[in-house]
Design a protein around this ligand. Structure first.
Ligand code: SPV
Ligand code: MN
Length: 642
């Protein structure tokens, strides 16, 4: 097939008359009118190109009007992609049995010949990738309707906003996007002939029983040059919802060119003494407690997954790129997640994905309150207790990566600044991972560089079902962002270092670890303890609580934790707990440093030199402590710091 320069327009910024006639014949009268109200030749050309290539039976243009939004919602039911449940506003959707998570193997960044982004990024030569994907897209939407959405990443009318257009033949994807992102049709109209928008083309491909049939030809190709992402033969949200992880790769490429950051981070308000609210951002790999941290009772949420960070007047400002949550539903119950529990059990617009639907019109997920149903319908079809898949593995009632989609405005703990075009001022940054044996539950870095290097760039986490492949394997995942990088890792880390270095007083950086275990493999913390770590970090960020200085960072003092556990959770925190949780494990820390240095030395060209220096200093401090106190050092051995 001939490769055309898709999405390109002539210098004069005029669309050839042929393009307009394609749009006129392909779009119904009403939809054509909606489209030409946006005076954007690049947009018109892009749409004409892909309507011609994908060849849908019909096109629907979704403006910001309530009628158009309602139409998308109803289409998902009509097309059979979602089924209504008994509770008002609730629907359920299923992805195919082998389409339940992000497909890292087939997600590739397209790069010009000769460009090497390093071994951690999955890349493909651009020309070949475009040729392949355009070949797959040819006539792929025959028999399908194409939905066209205009949306905004970040609040509109803000220096953070990035306008986006999504083409998809899945009403489920379209429905997710109207819940998850801010409307952008009026924004496109306002911006007129504006070229810097992201574009997404998705097709679920041939369907059988409502699920993508050709998952073997699942492809997610990211063209950072044109800022277009293609996703085909898949339905799972992480592979298909353009503005989520697909846009994130485009933004990670764009951000350093303009001096800001795109991070895999929640944004939340932590409530300190006397009504003070301090905003934190937090980066955790998928399924490591990111959403549940942003949802801790007593605090307020701005966003749970992706943040843009910019420097303004010597401060870092952050926005939530989204306005909804595509969250993991496993283990959401009245005890662990009371706020979410209430929302998921009340009326309101909620899409449940890959849970178990039962005869009475309700749903069940692993870890839900109540009894496990004996039968129902799930991602494997009709399900009864004990059902096995083709490989002989027992099929759980819901998938471990089952999800719910909601608009943030369903939450009673929504922060009043969630949609502020200025963003919120960041008072602290948190990195967290699934680490069973090395890092304590909470720790503050000595400064920005120490934090970026030892808490962010050195982050490791045990794998989870959020991606296809083995689970519980310790993997290097710098800033929890490795899966989403579109620039070389060394460059990405340098951008993070530079970002804070340009500030006189950058915010403190913390580490949290909810998955620390004792030698017998027992978790050392309760799920609710994170509420205490948040309060401690809030106080630290204002210099209102002292700490103990260890070779790896500042940790809390026992007396402060005793007070905070009592205040926050009404729990008696014992010295025994403190010793178990905060004893410095020197051999484990040294092995981690060895592993991290090895990765950067052997696999990351252009690693900033300071990374090796900072890790080397940490290694020396640990070795000195080992000589003085032995391999496992009680927190009381170390001196108090300011
Ligand atoms: C994650 O896996 O990090 C998610 C969900 O937030 S997904 O959209 O699959 O990326
Ligand atoms: Mn995520």
């Amino acid at each position: 097939m001939e490769i055309r320069s898709f999405g390109k327009i002539s210098k004069s910024s005029k669309v050839p008359p042929k393009t307009m006639s394609i749009l006129k014949t392909r779009l119904g009268k009403e939809d054509y009118q909606k489209l030409i109200k946006i005076n954007n030749p690049k947009l018109h050309q892009f749409i004409a190109d892909y309507v011609e290539l994908c060849n849908p039976d019909g096109v629907f243009i979704c403006t910001d009007s309530p009628e158009d939004i309602r139409f998308i919602r109803e289409e998902a039911i009509r097309a059979g992609e979602e089924r209504r449940l008994a509770t008002n506003g609730h629907t359920v959707h299923f992805d195919g049995y082998h389409d339940q998570a992000r497909d890292k193997k087939h997600t590739k960044i397209l790069v010009p010949k000769g460009v090497d982004l390093g071994p951690h990024l999955n890349t493909m030569e651009r020309e070949a990738g475009l040729k392949e994907i355009h070949g797959i897209l040819k006539d792929i939407m025959r028999g399908h309707k194409l939905y066209m959405l205009f949306l905004s990443l970040g609040p509109t009318k803000s220096e953070f906003s990035i306008p986006c257009v999504q083409l998809t033949d899945s009403s489920y994807v379209a429905h997710n996007e109207i819940l998850l992102y801010r409307k952008g049709y009026e924004e496109f109209k306002r911006l007129g002939d504006y070229g810097r928008f992201f574009r997404f083309v998705h097709s679920e491909g041939r369907l059988q029983k409502g699920v993508s049939l050709d998952v073997d030809k699942r492809r997610i190709y990211i063209d950072t040059q044109e800022e277009i992402v293609y996703s085909v033969n898949t339905q799972y949200g992480g592979n298909t919802i353009g503005l989520k992880k697909l846009a994130m790769r485009l933004a990670i490429k764009r951000a350093p060119e303009e001096g800001w950051l795109t991070e895999h981070m929640f944004v939340m308000g932590v409530h300190g003494p006397k009504g003070r609210v301090t905003y934190f951002t937090g980066a955790f790999p998928s399924l490591c407690g990111k959403t549940s941290t942003s949802m801790v009772e007593g605090e307020t949420i701005v966003g749970d997954d992706i943040a843009y960070l910019r420097r303004k007047n010597e401060r870092i400002h952050a926005v939530n790129v989204e306005k909804g949550i595509f969250g993991i539903i496993k283990n959401v119950n009245s005890k662990n997640e009371p706020i979410l529990w209430e929302v998921l059990n009340g009326p309101g617009e909620i899409i449940f994905s890959n849970v178990l639907a039962t005869e009475d019109g309700s749903v069940y997920w692993i870890g839900k309150d109540g009894k496990i149903p004996r039968k129902g319908f799930n991602h494997s079809g009709e399900w009864t207790h004990g059902k096995k898949d083709a490989e002989g593995n027992e099929i759980t009632p819901s998938h471990r990566n089952a999800r719910f989609t909601i608009d943030l405005r369903l939450l009673k703990n929504l922060d009043p600044k969630w949609d502020d075009p200025e963003g919120v001022v960041v008072g602290g940054i948190i990195y967290g991972g699934r680490d069973s044996d090395t890092s304590p539950p909470v720790e503050e870095a000595f400064d920005w560089v120490h934090g970026i290097v030892t808490k962010g760039a050195a982050l490791e986490s045990e794998t989870t079902p959020a991606t296809l492949g083995e689970v519980d394997v310790r993997k290097f995942n710098p800033m929890s962002n490795l899966d989403f990088l579109s620039i070389p890792l060394g460059e990405y880390i340098q951008n993070n270092l530079d970002f804070g270095a340009k500030l006189k007083s950058p915010p403190p950086i913390f580490l949290v670890n909810y998955f620390f275990k004792d030698q017998a493999g027992k978790f050392l913390n309760d799920k609710r303890d994170k509420a205490v770590w948040l309060k401690w970090m809030e106080l630290r960020s204002h210099g209102e609580v002292r700490a103990v200085k260890t070779p790896t960072g500042y940790i809390p003092k026992l007396e402060d934790l005793k007070r905070l556990f009592k205040e926050v959770l009404d729990k008696d925190y014992s010295e025994e707990d403190y010793v178990k949780q905060f004893t410095l494990r020197i051999p484990e820390n040294l092995s981690k440093i060895e592993r991290i240095i090895r990765v950067y030395e052997t696999e990351v060209p252009n690693t900033p030199k300071v990374l090796f220096e900072v890790l080397g200093e940490q290694k020396r401090r640990l070795q000195e402590a080992a000589e003085k106190y032995g391999s496992y050092v009680l927190p009381f051995k170390f001196a108090e710091a300011d």
